[in-house]
Design a protein around this ligand. Structure first.
Ligand code: ME8
Length: 515
């Protein structure tokens, strides 16, 4: 029986096209999912869209369409981009899905019946013409940020979730599960900024919003966003309050929930309390990834600096973009994307280090041995060290990937690719080729290189599947071991350019002209 691995991403708001930062999250989850699949896990990757709320209601109104029409369009666009990025999700969920809506209603009712949800009053600053509540910090010069008129303190009836009841249990849980939230710095932030100061009960319904899931027993209320959004992780794998399906029992608790750093609070505080209220286990681990910035600035559509995945893929190709995102984003600190850096990585790592190695090695194999290369085992120290390096790679990769250090994992693979280029320089096959008595030595060197390339290509599958496939196709070899194999047989195909070197100056000029 394969061990299951249930992994989720946040569900993206359908307020507009997802930018490269949102897309990064899906690619990150995909790389981890593919890695786990490659290691024999029965992986279930769930992603999708978060479609209710006042923002979406307003956007639809501005566009002159119904909220449903609006979210249908945007959800389709998000799905298209995830597909384009080769995200291998098992399920793409939507919070407007009828089944999700029904189960959310059941959940709300159950929480009300068990006393965790109660009716109270939501107090806030209200703009009567706009029918909107605002917080102090949202006001512009003390006025409504939408229409500029005065706001007044007002209240509306609302349901609240008793977060405060779970304060001690949550503190204890954090203490006893030091790895619940990755990276650890984010856990400390949650404890110090939110848990220690005391948990406030949470408003979970509104009467002033129409575009949401109605509370089944009080339909002037709709369920307020986070209860609707967070429960997607269980409603879509077969959970219902009085019917936990076999699929649910198999998949829950989730093994890894991937989210951005801004929503760690909702996932590490609200979500555990909701689950406890339903008598369910907590996910095993949350990973609050950092943010991707452009030119070290926050990405925002209104700032006019949004970069979109589809534009990048069209210009640079899928694997270059996947590589950039996965390699450039650190584990804890924010990462950065600029065209300049992207072109540098394509020319450096992808064209020079990887592409060149594959091309040089296959060309030499074809030139000196008509493509037929076997292991003649004429190894010197330099070769033994090289073989040891190849054999050590998988363990190093596992150490990184098992801690979700994806960028470091890629760096490990690239350090073996770099070492392979150096191995060519050290062993000088073109000189060996001049001496008939060195033929077996030459073949051994090429064999070792081919094994290094093969192992790296196999280990690259989770990150750059298409490039791996191209390399393995050129090697024309189907051995999929993560280690150096000493009795492989190569009948090489023709080398093809994997990544074209780009003219940075020219391209940057073109890109600026487009802007
Ligand atoms: O937060 N870099 O949706 P969302 C990296 N619907 N990640 C980023 C990012 C950036 N620049 N900007 C945003 C929501 N993200 C809710 C989630 S889950 C039950 C509900 C991440 O569309 C963000 O942190 O605003 C989140 O994890 C994801 O993209 C979707 O963001």
């Amino acid at each position: 029986m394969k061990k299951k691995f249930y992994i989720t991403t946040a569900i993206a708001y359908t307020s507009g096209k997802p930018h490269i930062g949102n897309t990064y999250e899906a690619v990150l989850a995909d790389a981890i999912a593919r890695y786990k699949r490659q290691r024999g896990f029965d992986v279930y990757l769930q992603t999708g869209t978060d479609e209710h709320g006042v923002k979406i209601e307003e956007k639809a109104l501005q566009k002159g369409v119904t909220p449903q029409e609006f979210v249908d369009d945007v959800a389709a666009e998000i799905k298209r981009i995830w597909d384009l990025m080769d995200v291998s999700y098992d399920k793409f969920v939507r919070t407007t899905d009828k089944h999700h809506e029904e189960v959310v209603q059941h959940i709300f009712k159950k929480m009300y019946e068990n006393g965790d949800i109660y009716k109270g009053e939501y107090k806030g600053l209200y703009c009567t013409p706009c029918e909107s509540f605002w917080t102090e910090s949202q006001l512009v010069d003390g006025k409504c940020p939408d229409c500029g008129r005065d706001v007044e303190i007002s209240s509306e009836e609302a349901y609240f979730f008793k977060l405060s009841k779970y304060q001690d249990r949550l503190e204890k849980y954090f203490d006893e599960h030091p790895n619940f939230i990755l990276p650890v710095s984010r856990k400390n932030e949650m404890i110090n900024n939110f848990i220690k100061p005391g948990l406030q009960d949470l408003c979970v319904s509104r009467t002033s919003i129409k575009w949401g899931i109605p509370v089944s027993f009080d339909d002037k209320h709709v369920v307020y966003v986070w209860l609707d959004a967070l429960t997607n992780y269980i409603t879509n794998i077969g959970y219902d309050v009085d019917n936990e399906t076999d699929e649910f029992k198999r998949l829950w608790p989730a093994d890894l929930q991937i989210i951005g750093k801004d929503i760690v609070r909702f996932h590490s505080i609200y979500w555990p309390c909701f689950l406890w209220s339903l008598g369910l286990e907590l996910p095993k681990q949350l990973f609050g990834h950092p943010w991707l910035l452009t030119n070290n600035d926050k990405i925002g559509k209104s700032r006019g600096n949004a970069i979109y995945a589809d534009d990048l893929v069209e210009k640079f190709g899928l694997d270059a973009v996947r590589f950039y995102l996965l390699h450039e984003m650190p584990f804890a600190n924010d990462g950065n994307i600029t065209y300049d850096l992207l072109i540098e990585r394509i020319n450096g790592e992808l064209a020079n280090v990887l592409g060149n190695l594959v091309q040089r090695t296959i060309s030499m194999g074809n030139k000196y041995f008509d493509g037929k290369v076997t292991n003649k085992k004429v190894n010197l120290d330099v070769d033994n060290n090289f073989i040891e390096l190849i054999n050590g790679l998988n363990k190093k990769l596992e150490d990184k990937m098992d801690n979700y250090l994806v960028s470091d994992a890629l760096t490990e693979i690239f350090s073996v690719l770099r070492a392979s280029n150096k191995y060519i320089d050290d062993t000088t096959p073109w000189i060996l080729a001049k001496d008939e008595s060195s033929r077996d030595r030459l073949e051994t060197v090429l064999y070792n290189l081919l094994e290094a390339i093969r192992v790296c290509a196999v280990l690259l599958v989770p990150f750059m599947r298409n490039t791996s496939e191209k390399i393995l196709h050129q090697l024309n070899n189907s051995v999929d071991s993560f280690y150096y194999v000493s009795d492989n047989n190569y009948e090489l195909g023709q080398p093809e350019v994997l990544f074209q070197r780009l003219d940075k100056e020219q391209l940057l000029k073109e890109l600026n002209d487009v802007k």
